[in-house]
Design a protein around this ligand. Structure first.
Ligand code: MN
Ligand code: MN
Length: 259
């Protein structure tokens, strides 16, 4: 399983800081406070091939740099560490070039379907509008959503996005068919579990509710991202530890499903 950090937060609309996430997640992953075993019995020691970080620069060239870096990482399953959520569209371009349109499971408090945000079509509030327009997804299922406004409700209907209702968070079983992509925005979780994000949205998922769904994935996951940790907003590093946990469980599940 390849691990690549994308140190990019230029498209974050409210606060910067997510570019500092990859080293913080790596430090939590390798901290002596825990081990590298996932709950399913996978030992991730030697299983994670860390490709280090990419600083893609600024402007529209940054998006192309992210796509190029992602393409170089996709010989096998890969896990990308953001960065703000704008990295998902350029990563998905690389994924679709290799695998064709994929099924996407998107964890987030926000649907990220804005046509434009503050005039920017590539804002971190827009990646899934761009993904759907470009035909990079066969299906987009969103989990953890609790901030729909009128515009994004229209966008969801226009693109045929499936949003798992809050009442189903404890019982929904992923029915995606492969190849799949998992995009995990940390603010899908309740800020009580992960306060280190730029947009704290109460009423979110517990870590266990998110893990239940990850563990229930049945189709091959060819790539995933974990985005929007903002270490400057974190409290005693607890959110970085949550990211490390999500990395371990996602990587182990991806490894099992691709085996
Ligand atoms: Mn979000
Ligand atoms: Mn997001």
């Amino acid at each position: 399983m390849r691990l690549l950090g994308l140190r990019y937060d230029e498209r974050s609309s409210h606060l910067r800081g997510a570019a500092a996430a990859p080293p913080a997640i790596r430090a939590a992953l390798h901290s002596g406070a825990s081990n590298l075993w996932a709950e399913d019995g996978t030992d991730l020691e030697g299983f994670l091939e860390d490709l280090g970080d990419v600083d893609p620069g600024t402007g529209d060239a940054a998006l192309d740099a992210i796509t190029a870096a992602a393409e170089r990482s996709l010989a096998g399953p890969a896990l990308f560490l953001g960065g703000d959520h704008s990295v998902t569209f350029p990563v998905m371009r690389a994924v679709a070039r290799r695998h064709g349109p994929v099924s996407i499971l998107h964890f987030d408090a926000h649907p990220d379907l804005y046509d434009r945000y503050d005039g920017d079509p590539h804002s971190h509030a827009c990646p899934f509008a761009r993904v759907m327009e470009a035909g990079l997804a066969r299906r987009l299922v969103q989990f953890g959503i609790r901030t729909l406004n009128g515009h994004q409700r229209e966008q969801a209907a226009r693109f045929g996005v499936e949003i798992v209702p809050v009442d189903d968070w404890d019982r929904w079983v992923p029915d995606l068919e492969g190849p799949c992509y998992v995009s995990f925005d940390l603010d899908a979780l309740d800020p009580a579990f992960a306060p280190g994000v730029s947009h704290r949205e109460p009423g979110g998922l517990s870590v266990r509710q998110a893990l239940r769904v990850i563990h229930a994935l049945r189709a091959p996951v060819v790539a995933a991202d974990l985005v929007e940790l903002n270490p400057a907003q974190d409290v005693a590093g607890v959110s970085a530890v949550v990211c490390a946990k999500l990395c371990k469980e996602l990587a182990a599940r991806m490894g099992k499903l691709s085996a």
